[in-house]
Design a protein around this ligand. Structure first.
Ligand code: UDX
Ligand code: UDX
Ligand code: ADP
Length: 472
């Protein structure tokens, strides 16, 4: 078993950055070097303004940076120095070619793996940390073995990351479990123990689970698919609630009290987003198709179909409530991130909603407390459209606070559940006074106290609750 003294993390993104910063924070005797090809990203990690917003991240990074935590673009030197290398690069969904729209593009994984093979002059443990389809470790092993010489040996581990954005540091400091998969050979098991020992500096031993390589890889996809499936299930029920007068919060609570079901992840919403859920399910669908299991593929595909339906259903509801047209109306969108406490917008429901509003010729006023304005323009830009920015600037305004966004609006739409949008945080009377009447409010996050908001005069629609019930 190797006593790990030096770790390199390839990829300074949402996963690699926080994960390896926490390892440095908890293991002062290990030198952790996080590398990336993107100079701007590394510069940001070395500055006062980190490239990612994540509660608690600054404390961890500022505490260890320059001591046993380093950020650099010198990939080769860090590979050479490391006993153990995390590969934590991006694995976007393929845009073209075989499996387009579903399969993960493994070009970055392959690039990083080939670099390790070229640079390493001694044996290394290589850890697959990115979310990848099953059997990626096998491909990495093939590349590394084909390129290893004589005395150099590579052990491949799968160590999927289960952190959720917005709570990444909390999740990393106190994980439900750490999963480490390895080939069940003496060398594989020894490497597994080496990585387990790193985590055991702060994670109780019984929370470190060891499995074979394939179980570990599949567990990551399965965990995300099961979580997303719960959301699609409660969202499907939210449609029934709206049609019947049942209340989705009450239904979720009543079901969640069954200890076999549990209460978490049953919050109906305008649809799940984030970089993982859709991508991992589509990976699972693609894998099932490849394995000639079409019924299994269709089963998981339905989770994504339901998510798309939920977003479209919400848009339809807004348009029909606003007398079947939103042309030239001002729609205030509160929240652009895919969930609260993050500046990340990947697959955010806000993007789908706003594009639909723009297609209907509405003017959309957007406010989010953490998302950079440039990011919003990038997310809403249509590829290939000339002068897209100018057109977008006519259709949207990005505002400095919720009051500015809602001023003169016909409807307010809550898309992200930021605490600052709650009924006791935002002055909804002030918002109401400055809106066109009737003033409509659509809550896609079950965030508001409906009775209180209706008292002000708003016409309120909340996902999973009977429409406009109780309004004057
Ligand atoms: C997810 C997994 O939780 C994490 O374990 C994995 O490592 C990465 O993917 P993340 O995407 O960061 O994490 O956020 P998560 O909290 O899971 O939320 C995903 C989406 O589901 C968000 O858009 C969120 O708003 C939505 N959601 C979540 C609901 O609509 N209802 C819920 O009850 C929970
Ligand atoms: C179920 C509900 O559990 C109960 O709350 C409701 O009131 C009636 O329906 P029951 O049908 O008696 O109860 O048995 P249950 O233990 O839920 O099992 C149902 C079926 O699922 C069985 O065939 C069982 O073997 C199977 N099952 C259950 C699995 O295949 N895997 C599991 O993990 C659990
Ligand atoms: P994730 O959410 O999985 O962490 P990100 O896209 O946030 O994904 O981060 C992945 C990072 O990996 C990017 O900053 C990218 O520049 C980096 N990267 C990709 N390939 C390589 C490589 N071969 N060497 C170093 N860094 C890489």
């Amino acid at each position: 078993m190797v006593d790990v003294k030096s770790i390199c993390c390839i990829g300074a993104g949402y996963v690699g950055g926080p994960t390896c910063a926490v390892i440095a924070y908890k293991c002062h005797n290990i030198k952790v070097t996080i590398v990336d090809l993107n100079q701007a990203r590394i510069d940001a990690w070395n500055s006062d303004k980190l490239p990612i917003y994540e509660p608690g991240l600054e404390e961890v990074v500022f505490d260890r940076r320059g001591k046993n935590l380093f950020f650099t673009t010198d990939v080769d030197a860090a590979i050479e120095e490391a006993d153990l290398i995390f590969v934590s690069v991006n694995t976007p969904t393929k845009k073209t070619g075989m499996g387009a729209g579903m399969a993960a593009d493994l070009a970055y994984i392959e690039g990083a793996t080939r670099r390790i093979a070229e640079v390493a002059t001694r044996s290394k443990i290589v850890v697959e940390k990115s979310t990848v389809p099953c059997r990626t470790a096998e491909s990495m092993r093939t590349i590394l073995e084909a390129n290893s010489t004589g005395s150099i040996h590579f052990d491949i581990l799968s160590n999927p990351e289960f952190l959720a954005e917005g709570t990444a540091i909390k999740d990393l400091l106190n994980p439900d479990r750490v999963l480490i998969g390895a080939l069940q050979t003496p060398e594989g098991i020894s490497a597994q123990k080496s990585l387990a020992a790193v985590y055991q500096n702060w994670v109780p031993e019984d929370r470190v689970i060891t499995t074979n390589l394939w179980s570990s890889e599949l567990s990551k996809l399965a965990a995300n698919a099961l979580l997303a499936q719960r959301i699609s299930s409660i969202n499907a029920l939210s449609a029934i609630c709206e049609a019947t007068g049942a209340d989705v919060d009450e239904v979720a609570y009543a079901c969640g009290r069954d200890s076999r079901l549990g209460s978490k992840f049953l919050k109906a919403s305008v649809g799940f987003g984030g970089s993982c859920f859709q991508k991992d399910i589509l990976n699972l669908v693609y894998l099932s198709q490849q394995l000639n299991l079409p019924e299994v593929a269709d089963y998981w595909q339905q989770v994504v179909i339901m998510n798309e339906y939920q977003k479209k259903r919400f848009v339809r509801k807004i348009i029909s409530t606003l007398f079947n047209t939103i042309t030239n109306k001002r729609i205030a969108v509160l929240g652009f991130a895919f969930k609260k406490d993050t500046g990340d917008t990947r697959e955010s429901a806000a993007i789908t909603l706003i594009k639909d509003f723009i297609d209907e010729n509405a003017h959309v006023a957007i406010y989010d407390p953490k998302v950079e304005h440039e990011q919003i323009y990038m997310d809403l830009a249509e590829p290939g459209v000339v002068d897209n920015r100018k057109q977008l600037e006519k259709s949207i305004s990005i505002c400095g606070d919720a009051y500015e966004a809602c001023k003169g609006a016909d409807a307010v739409v809550i898309v992200t559940e930021w605490d600052e949008f709650k009924s006791d945080q935002l002055d909804y009377q002030r918002i109401y006074d400055n809106m066109h009447k009737p003033a409509f409010l659509f809550d896609g996050r079950l965030l508001l106290d409906a009775a209180q908001i209706r008292e002000i005069g708003f016409k309120v629609h909340i996902i999973g609750k009977n429409e406009l019930a109780g309004t004057a």
